[in-house]
Design a protein around this ligand. Sequence first.
Ligand SMILES: N[C@@H](CCC(=O)N[C@@H](CS)C(=O)NCC(=O)O)C(=O)O
Length: 213
Amino acid sequence: MADFELYCFAQSGNAYRVALMLNLIGANWRPIFVDFFKGETRTPEYRAKVNEMGEAPVLVHGDRKLSQSAVCLTYLAERSGKFQPQGEDDRLEALRWIIFDNQKVGGFLGPYRFLRSLAPSPPDPAVLTFLKARIDNSLAIVDKRLAGRPFLIGERPTIADLSMCGYMYYPSEEFGFDISSAYPNIGGWLDRLKALPGWRHPYDLMPGYPLRR
Ligand SMILES: N[C@@H](CCC(=O)N[C@@H](CS)C(=O)NCC(=O)O)C(=O)O
């Protein structure tokens, strides 16, 4: 019996944040496959039994069921004492970058990649153009932040980094551009996170790859 269960699927960068954290802290966990591409998160059963918000990831720990990757990361950091920002200033700073990620980094990269590479019908070019401009703006901000500091909050990796990297290890063909070469400070930072013991690629860590429709 695993200590933690994570409702997730391989293509979800939102879920990868939590799967990666579980692996990096050496938790005893198992994935529960969410058949997102068959519409599972939109079913009344999923919303009644798993998450009223109709989203993955969902982290189960005993009687607790948590959603929103930021909440799951915070919970795991507090429980394990790992990847936790230290002191009030750093905690607030981590929260600031996690919200920026959820809204403007993963929050744009996810839909952009979905429309380009995973959606059943071809995307509207105007929507892609809009999202790509927002992505370029947000990634430039993250790249600047990482100039001269190894991790978002300073010398050590925290949950802010684990949140921010959620979408960035997926293959460049899925985005149509290479994040690491376009943004070298992000590239170096991704390499540093990748070197942490327990790191695994999202397609190795969560079920559902390759995608079968
Ligand atoms: N802010 C949420 C976002 C979660 C989210 O949007 N997950 C997607 C999968 S990657 C989802 O379940 N979407 C539901 C849907 O589109 O029906 C988090 O960080 O957990």
